[in-house]
Write a protein that binds this ligand. Structure first.
Ligand SMILES: Cc1cc2nc3c(=O)[nH]c(=O)nc-3n(C[C@H](O)[C@H](O)[C@H](O)COP(=O)(O)OP(=O)(O)OC[C@H]3O[C@@H](n4cnc5c(N)ncnc54)[C@H](O)[C@@H]3O)c2cc1C
Length: 421
């Protein structure tokens, strides 16, 4: 098979990249062993936030003090599986080091802000072209709540940096929260409403719909796993797959948490780890918050989707192969029952997925070091849905030799080798 560009992986990143490329008139093959939009991918089960203000990396200064707790409490909101500790120690070290000072966090926030700033609008535009406008609410705003202002003060560090990068919000008291979100527990008496952000109404259907749209524009798909690359004189000539080689002059690695070996074959050793996350979804026309809400003390997000109400969260460092620990989903179910007291959670559906996470919370976007024509587009961690629209545009621009619309230097894979050196 021959194509101008091969896109590896049909999650949110690969789907958006494929759309941009075919809309630009290129001949594109999408390589994906599963079904686009299905539950094997992180893009299926996320909390659906299009949060242009999600610019604070998961690690912040002083977080190292919590490390013993991450190991001792297997069911805490962030946990490291002890048996996996030897394999994840290097990543964890870099995770702590990348955010050891406020200045480092502020620099990451500036970079992520450039990537995400107009994400709700970008998603609305691509959704409109794909006939998927019903799945994107770019103007819902997003809400964060805490039990009281003192509890918020514990998280104020990140909000100060958000302010510095231009995020605006409105403070809410208990009465205002109750008026906007009558289904929410009255325990939450301090909140922030971020009007610039939005949400997706069904992330899995959105990804599937984007790929269908690209297919109508000429995309070809092959159900196969990418295994590596062929090259001549340092330039890409093809992508080797479990179903033969796709001859192409450019390829985009968008294989989510499984991108690491492909990136290494293209010349970049990237510390990519799975931050395993969980959700519970109660399907049907059930009570839930109209505005998606992050509940500060529980570290979970509750989002009303087209198919029901979802509570998502948890970070578990345990690798790609270990079985899910469904006790974590049960914790989310109990949180959901307390956050939305009128919701019957007894028949919640559970899910676990792999956030493709770098230690500094920033994705890897840019040309690979070892093979000309290979483009990295992975490692979006907690912001892969919101970040997919701009990343798809950047990956398409890089694959076709255009100047990317924002500076991608901060997202280069080489930042890890420089640091190691
Ligand atoms: C609980 C939870 C909540 C989240 N909430 C949010 C949120 O509210 N907002 C947000 O922006 N982000 C959120 N995220 C993060 C977001 O879901 C991810 O960052 C994003 O989905 C990653 O997209 P992706 O396309 O890189 O990876 P994926 O969606 O995982 O897709 C990767 C695809 O590549 C394929 N693949 C793998 N290996 C190969 C190969 N060798 N060859 C070909 N194909 C391959 C896989 O089959 C898969 O289909 C959340 C994540 C979790 C787990």
């Amino acid at each position: 098979m021959k194509a101008d560009v091969a896109v590896i992986g049909a999650g949110a990143i690969g789907a958006q990249t494929a759309v941009q490329l075919v809309e630009g008139g290129l001949d594109v093959v999408l390589i994906e062993p599963g079904t686009a939009g299905a539950d094997h991918a992180a893009s299926y089960g996320n909390a659906a936030w299009l949060s242009s203000h999600s610019v604070i990396p998961p690690a912040t200064p002083g977080v190292w003090k919590q490390v013993p707790g991450w190991i001792a409490d297997p069911l805490g909101p962030l946990a490291v599986r002890p048996l996996y500790l030897p394999r994840s120690a290097g990543w964890l070290w870099r995770y702590l080091a990348s955010a050891s000072t406020a200045a480092k966090v502020a620099a990451i926030a500036r970079n992520l802000r450039a990537l995400l700033i107009d994400a709700p609008r970008l998603h609305a535009e691509v959704a409109e072209r794909a006939g998927l406008s019903h799945l994107i609410n770019a103007t819902s705003g997003l809400m964060h709540v805490w039990r009281d202002r003192d509890a918020f003060e514990g998280d104020a560090f990140g909000w100060k940096i958000r302010r510095e990068v231009g995020v605006e919000w409105r403070e809410l008291n208990g009465e205002e929260i109750a008026a906007m979100q009558p289904e929410l527990s009255r325990d939450y008496r301090f909140g922030l409403f971020v009007p610039e952000a939005g949400h997706c109404r069904n992330p899995g259907a959105y990804v599937a719909g984007l790929v269908n749209h690209a297919e109508r524009k000429g995309l070809r798909r092959i159900k196969a796993r990418a295994l590596g690359f062929t090259q001549s004189g340092g330039r890409l000539t093809g992508v080797r797959t479990s179903d033969g080689t796709v001859a192409c002059g450019a390829a985009v690695i968008a294989a989510g948490a499984r991108s690491r070996p492909l990136a290494a074959l293209a010349g970049d050793k990237v510390p990519l780890e799975s931050e395993r996350g969980y959700h519970v979804t109660v399907e049907g026309d059930v009570p839930g918050p109209e505005i998606p809400v992050m509940v500060g003390d529980r570290k979970v997000i509750v989002t009303r989707l087209a198919q029901g109400v979802r509570c998502a969260g948890q970070v578990e460092i345990g690798g790609l192969e270990a079985a899910p620990d469904w006790r974590r989903a049960e914790i989310l179910r109990r949180h959901l029952a307390e956050i939305v007291p009128s919701l019957d959670t007894t028949r919640a559906k559970v899910w676990m997925g792999h956030r493709p996470s770098t230690p500094d919370g920033m994705p890897v976007i840019g040309a690979a070091s070892g093979i000309g024509g290979v483009i990295h587009a992975f490692g979006h961690g907690h912001v892969g849905l919101v970040g997919s629209a701009r990343t798809g545009r950047l990956a398409a621009q890089l694959a076709t030799g255009e100047t990317p619309e924002i500076d991608v230097a901060p997202f280069s894979a080489r930042r890890f080798s420089r640091r190691a050196a």
